[in-house]
Design a protein around this ligand. Sequence first.
Ligand code: FAQ
Length: 329
Amino acid sequence: MYGNTFMTAEEAKQMDQTQDNPQKLIAFEARIERGEKIEPGDWMPVDYRKQLIRMIEQHAHSEIVGALPEGTWITRSPGFKRKLALIAKVQDEIGHGQLLYSACETLGKTREEMLDDLLSGKSKYSNVFNYPAKTWADMAVIGFLVDGAAIVNQVINSKGSYGPYCRALERICFEESFHLKQGHDNFVFLATGTNVQREMVQEALNRWYIPLLHFFGPSDKTSVHSEKLMKWKIKLATNDDMRNQFLDQYVPKIREVGLTLPDEKLKKNLETNKWEFSDPDWDEFYRVVNGDGPCNKERLEVRRFAEEQGRWVRQALVNPQDKYVTPFA
Ligand code: FAQ
């Protein structure tokens, strides 16, 4: 399983009992300072483990829920080759989820516990996947810009301090780079196509602009976890820095094909080197990430359905000699 080692919750608990050891904390932080990777069996502060579980688990859920909006377009893809590419991409996203669940299991939380927390709404996943994919142009915007945003975040975090997460991110980034090409090709094709195609991609872009700004998380002033995550090099750039890097890379590419972003205030301040934009309604962000977005219910219902329909397969893998009632019986 990709060079990682599982850890049971019991083992993690035993390790966490050695917490009140200031010497260990100093040695741990010195390792991080030197740029060493922390590995599953190594001593780590309880909060380092908790933060990693929270973040990797949310990331894993985002990958599998993230496959759903694009999944709805597989049967409606315009043409065989586009369908093949979309199927491959969706399959990759599920694979990323698997890699990340494995990385998270090295910290002592089981996959079953993580999936239960996703289905009960206890765990979060990325805001962007709670919006509908209304037209084929959404496939272009997701592939080009959501994957583009994910790459900005993941390339940065792949240089982080926890070995299993960084190794998973490196591999994920290779595959996401292919997704980006697929998305870019689709995006340019529509932007340089007929008036109808151009209007369709502009309309999709208008809908995705705010969710994409939200994607990098709340501003540095209101981010809850950034300080600790940065101190322990789990996160290597702040939310605002990642958002700025994304705008730097992608706004010129969007404008290059003659498309616009729906924000008159969006411009780069050449003195500060930072992008300025209208406040992207953070109330909407919190509503969406806390379960009240346009598609939250639908996304979790589909995941629940998949969980129920696949239960007999998981049981049969564990006890192949037993008889199972399949949904096809
Ligand atoms: N969505 O204190 P901070 C992908 C929550 S993968 C939902 O700033 P932090 C691939 C945050 O959890 C996309 N919730 O948080 C793909 C916290 O709530 P909590 C996923 C969000 O951790 C492409 C609260 O707000 N990528 O797209 C979001 O320091 C195409 C306060 O926030 C990752 O997960 C959000 N956008 O920074 C798949 C990367 N932002 O937990 C299919 C790893 C914040 O206290 C198709 N994660 N929150 O209840 C990270 O880098 C960080 O967790 C951030 C947030 C940057 C997302």
